[in-house]
Every structure is written in C-alpha cells, then in structure tokens.
Design a protein around this ligand. Structure first.
Ligand SMILES: [Fe+2]
Length: 359
C-alpha cells in the first residue's frame, strides 16, 4: 500500500512576514464567526509579542507553560480551558507562537476540540477520527519541525511514554516563517533546538525505511543545517532564515527516526529534559552508531561555542536507570529502522544504562 502523503496547505517565508498575519486571518474571521485562540509560549508573557498580533476583543490568549514539554495532563487542561471559553462556538482559528512545545500543544488541543475523550486516547497513529479546526503556526524557535509535521508530541507520565498524535488532522493549515522572531533566542537554546532538524534528518537517512521525497527533503535540510552551524555565527540574519527553512523541510521529512530520538525520549520522560538538549546528550554517547554525524556534531558545537556539561545521570537510583531504559527501548519502530529487528542484542539493558552513565 502506498501512503497518501499530506503537506502543509500554505506557507509564507520572509523577514517581517508576521505583519501579514492579520491579512491571512481576515477571511477566516469572515467565514467562521467564532473567536481566535492564540497559544503563546510563556516566554512572551511580558505582552510585547501579543501587542504585535491581530488579537481582537473576543479572542482568547493562552500563555503555554513550556518549562516542561507538553503532557497529557497539560494538554487536557488547556483543552478544558479553551472549550469552556468557546462555549459551543466554533473557533475561526487556533494559532501557535513558540517552539515545538507550544505548537504541539496547539495541535493536540485542536484535535481534542473535535474528538471525544482525552489526550492519552490519541497517542499513536491514525487514532484521530474528526478533522481539527483551522490552525496557523508561527514558530519563534526553529528546529523541531513541528510547524510542518503530522505529529504533536505528548509525555504520558502514567505510562512513562513519550508519543505523539500522528494524524493528517494534526497538521497546521498555514505556516508563517518570520526569521525576525528568532533574533532574541538565547544562543544555547537556538543551537539545541536547531540541531533537532539535523538529527531527525540524518536518523531518517541512515535508516532502512526510506522514500525519495523524504530523502530529498532531509538531504537539503541537513545541507542548510551545516551551512548554519559550521558558519562563524549561526544567528546571523541570513542563517536564522536558513534555519527556519531547514526546520520546515525537516518537519516535512519527519518519517522514521533512528537511535537518537528514543534515547532522547528517555531523558525527557525521566529527567524532564527539553527535547533538543536531550537529543544532544543522546548523540554524545552514540559515536559507535553514528560515527560521521557524531564528529560533525562535535565540530558544530565547538564552532558555535556550545557546551554540554557532563554528569547529568550521576547519582540516579536503580529504579531511575530502569525507567530511562524502558522509556527508550519502548520505541521499537525507530530502533528497528536504525539497527534492524535484533536491536535488543546491541542495545541490551546494560549497554543502554552504560550510555546514560556516560552522559
Ligand atoms: Fe526531534
């Protein structure tokens, strides 16, 4: 069976594009007479970004707490808040301003507005049955590819499982990429998030589940990441635009990852580590699996003056190491993609725990 692949409906790229958001939203407001719901990363709670947005009197603005990645609990809570504000009215649009956590929150809340039940009922593939309301992504951090991917990642604490709502309905209808929005991101965070694109693209290219479209997108995204992270300044204006485009292409290429993302998921579940940083730690102990990419990544860190302090898993309990192992090894599809069906012969429990101890 061939998969019928969907892409983002519309996208706009360029410096100052945020100024056109009102024009994009206007026809939506005319056709659907309900409020717009704006999800903003709590980083913007000083109100400066909100003041630049086409927010109208009846709209709802939610500041998303991104200290932790989205959880089933946080998504359910934001859904309840949105549903009670809407009070039966259809929203004209849901909009996300932030990085992967804010965009994923917006995507998952949107699915739950039109589908019964809770966030935990939809972690998996093709479980969402009804189309979500119209959604717009405006990334203010580039790298996760959430703006163009068909998943919204959620951490399920009860199940010790980090897994997304994978569905065509999860995708944004419109993406607006304005590189001005990443100018004030702290350097470390810019690097850790941007490098996520590099990672999921090389994981895909090094895997066994492939197709030519995904490979082409992933190759170009990696090329752009190299231009950005091997240059003298990754945050130069032209590099910030390149990074946004790399993230967008990388999100479209997001198919199957490999051995970095499962280990990264373990760190996010057990230590609540942000995704991009967790990826960096994961690759830092996988030089045997990805030797070329490991060296390139180390070069990029050095070139950009980024550090990765060691010893993050020192002093954990046996139970925590067990949880790290379980929350990593559960991701069989990507691990088979990378290491084949006998991946557990390589990634034994001892082997995986030894890697965490080296971080
Ligand atoms: Fe990722």
């Amino acid at each position: 069976m061939y998969r019928n692949a969907k892409n983002v409906g519309y996208y706009m790229i360029g410096k100052g594009a945020l100024g056109q958001l009102g024009d994009v939203l206007a026809p939506r407001r005319q056709s659907v007479h309900g409020p717009a719901v704006f999800f903003l990363d709590h980083y913007f709670n000083d109100g400066c970004l909100e003041a630049q947005l086409p927010v109208e009197k009846d709209d709802l603005v939610i500041y998303v707490d991104t200290k932790q990645e989205p959880t089933t609990h946080s998504v359910n809570t934001y859904t309840d808040q949105t549903r009670s504000y809407l009070d039966g009215r259809p929203p004209c649009a849901l909009l996300a301003f932030g990085g992967g956590s804010t965009m994923d929150t917006c995507k998952c809340v949107a699915n739950l507005l039109t589908n019964p039940g809770k966030a935990e009922d939809y972690q998996g593939w093709e479980l969402v049955k009804n189309p979500a309301p119209y959604k717009i992504a405006v990334p203010t951090l580039a790298g996760t590819g959430s703006e163009s991917s068909r998943t919204g990642i959620i951490c399920n604490e009860a199940k010790n499982l980090k897994l997304g709502m994978n569905s065509d309905f999860t995708m944004f209808d419109q993406v607006l990429l304005d590189p001005d929005l990443t100018a004030s991101v702290p350097r470390n965070q810019y690097f850790y998030t941007g490098i996520d694109t590099y990672m999921h693209c090389f994981e895909s290219l090094a895997g066994s589940y492939r197709n030519v479209v995904v490979d082409s997108l992933a190759e170009k995204a990696i090329d752009l990441c190299k231009q950005v992270f091997l240059s003298a300044d990754m945050m130069r204006e032209d590099n910030r635009e390149r990074m946004m485009i790399a993230s967008f292409l990388g999100g479209m290429a997001a198919g199957f990852v490999g051995a970095v993302h499962p280990v990264s998921a373990g760190l996010s579940m057990v230590l609540h580590m942000p995704h991009g940083l967790a990826n960096c730690y994961a690759l830092s102990v996988e030089e045997d699996i990805y030797p070329v990419q490991y060296r390139e990544f180390m070069n990029m860190m050095e070139r950009q003056g980024i550090d990765l302090p060691r010893g993050i898993c020192q002093g954990l309990s046996e139970a925590q190491y067990d949880d790290l192992y379980e929350a990593s090894i559960v991701h069989e599809k990507p691990l088979i993609n990378c290491l084949g069906p006998d991946f557990k012969k390589i990634l034994t429990k001892e082997n995986v725990i030894e890697r965490f101890k080296r971080m």
